[in-house]
Design a protein around this ligand. Structure first.
Ligand SMILES: Nc1ncnc2c1ncn2[C@@H]1O[C@H](COP(=O)(O)OP(=O)(O)OP(=O)(O)O)[C@@H](O)[C@H]1O
Ligand SMILES: [Mg+2]
Length: 224
């Protein structure tokens, strides 16, 4: 479960404050699939980064599975993230010196799984990259890197999956395949999913659509 209360984020650029998030309150029950929508610059990626503890809020609180993130030390935060979160960045963030298969295997190796490499290989095959496991990220297209990033995010079957535009660089057939994988992950493991998307087709599959506008929640409605 994700619980966000009174979340604000203000940045200072050139000495001037720029408020990006204005008091966001959001509660996502375990197992829910929420799509976050809204125009470019409305604060979607900023919000997702705060939920993941990758960035610190100016004020407010973020709790994952009952644990407050704000004020947690780096090590405790890293452990909590490792246990509970899968994250797909808008810009992928694959490790450039590791092959696709090695990138996907990282979360499993971090928790000591012996079959990390074969599992990574199998998941790459499911996202249509069976032949590309030995390639470095720089040798893959944007859509291929995105599929590697998705595979890395859900290989360890995290209780919470956060993804920023997970189908943004994919053609519709590949996008459908990724959505089917997400649906399968959710059906098997009850994963809570928060996905930022501009894709109305993806949003239509969510339980709930939250729309941001100028750093505020503009609407929050049940979908489907
Ligand atoms: N490091 C930063 N310095 C200055 N401004 C920033 C920084 N990061 C984000 N912003 C600004 O904060 C606002 C929200 O950015 P954010 O990336 O969260 O938007 P977004 O909704 O994810 O947009 P997009 O759909 O284009 O990905 C934007 O106006 C952006 O320019
Ligand atoms: Mg964004």
């Amino acid at each position: 479960m994700i619980e966000i209360v009174g979340l604000t984020k203000t940045l200072y650029s050139g000495g001037h404050p720029l408020q990006i998030l204005h008091g966001i309150d959001l509660r996502v029950p375990a197992g829910e699939f929420v799509a976050i929508m809204g125009p470019s610059g409305s604060g979607k990626s900023t919000l997702l980064g705060l939920i993941a503890g990758l960035d610190t809020p100016t004020s407010g609180s973020v709790k994952l599975a009952g644990q407050e993130l704000v004020g947690l030390g780096e090590d405790a935060l890293a452990r909590l993230r490792g246990r509970t979160l899968g994250f797909v960045f808008q810009s992928f963030h694959l490790i450039p010196t590791l092959t696709a298969e090695e990138n996907v295997a990282v979360p499993l190796e971090l928790r000591g799984d012996r079959d990390a490499r074969p599992r990574a290989r199998a998941l790459l095959a499911t996202v249509g990259l069976a032949e590309r496991g030995h390639h470095l990220p720089g040798q893959l297209s944007g859509g291929e890197q995105q599929r590697v990033a998705l595979a890395r995010a859900f290989v360890a079957e995290p209780p919470i999956l956060l993804a920023d535009e997970p189908t943004g660089n994919l053609d519709s057939a590949t996008g459908e395949r990724v959505l089917a994988l997400l649906a399968d992950l959710r059906a098997r493991t009850g994963t809570t999913m928060v996905l930022v998307t501009h894709d109305a087709g993806l949003a239509a599959r969510a339980d709930r659509v939250v729309t941001l506008k100028d750093g505020r929640i503009d609407s929050d409605r049940r979908a489907g």
